[in-house]
Design a protein around this ligand. Structure first.
Ligand code: SAH
Length: 242
């Protein structure tokens, strides 16, 4: 039996024998770009039901139907980690979203800080990037990309039990904080924009008991590098690498 290589995110429920109708774009991708025909195998995931092997039942120019066969992998949800980041230039913001999915963030939240230059994001585009990243990295979960929210507002009703790993550039060169806390509690990572955090933001973050300031080494990293470095640090110590 031919192996299924193509992974496709769909929104429908996945279960034995379940028929999955394809959108025009999905049909175009499978049947025109990838040249699959009836009987071909595809791997499907929807972020809830794990990964399923499905067979092409109907291949049309503008649509099609797949039929679910068997589950190939259960849902593997990432740890309860949110990535809060100040959006930067378009391509670098796309990069951060893609890396957050690959690294295993449960939620991606663009935040507007005092020195954030962009005051809007294309949430739908970023969400589509997250789906593509999950398709490509073998993930069975797609983190939600939230709408842009002001950091101040977000911190105003921040959950008492969710710690924030605050990447504080003023600590560059300081000995990195050891994350000596138990695994399994909810966390968020916070990285700033190219301009860094304002004095007001620093004072506010420092006053919050949930905040754990951290240094990412002796050099000042670009915002996109900082996001990946922080995700790596957290995953290695407290996440699903540890
Ligand atoms: N303009 C600032 C640097 C901002 S770097 C300055 O010159 O100080 C962008 C973001 O990456 C920072 O807000 C911080 O969240 C993170 N970052 C970069 N380097 C870091 C480091 N060595 N330690 C901790 N955080 C860092």
């Amino acid at each position: 039996m031919q192996d299924a290589r193509i992974r496709l995110y769909v929104e429908q429920p996945l279960a034995p024998g379940q028929a999955v109708a394809l959108s025009r774009d999905q049909a175009h991708y499978l049947f025109t770009v990838m040249r699959l025909g009836p009987g071909a195998l595809v791997l499907l995931f929807n972020g809830r039901d794990g990964e399923w092997r499905a067979r092409v039942a109907v291949a049309g120019k503008h649509g099609g139907v797949l039929t679910c066969d068997a589950q190939t992998r259960p849902l593997q949800a990432p740890p309860d980690l949110w990535l809060l980041f100040a959006p930067i230039k378009k391509a670098r913001t796309d990069f951060i979203v893609e890396k957050a999915v690959e690294m295993g963030a449960a939620r991606v939240m663009p935040v507007q800080t005092a020195h954030t230059s962009s005051d809007r994001i294309r949430q739908d585009r970023l969400q589509a990037h997250a789906v593509e990243a999950a398709e490509q990295c073998g993930g069975t979960f797609v983190p939600e990309v939230a709408e842009l929210v002001a950091l101040d507002r977000l911190l105003a009703d921040w959950p008492a039990d969710r710690r924030i790993l605050w990447c504080d550039e003023s600590l560059a060169g300081a000995r990195s904080t050891v994350l000596a806390v138990e695994k399994g509690s909810p966390w968020a990572i916070l990285t700033g924009p190219e301009g860094g955090f304002s004095d007001r933001e620093r004072a506010r973050l420092r006053a919050m008991p949930q905040v754990v300031p951290v240094s990412l080494g002796p050099r000042i990293l670009r915002a996109d590098t900082a996001a990946v470095a922080a995700l790596t640090l957290w995953q290695a110590v407290l996440g699903d690498w540890a």
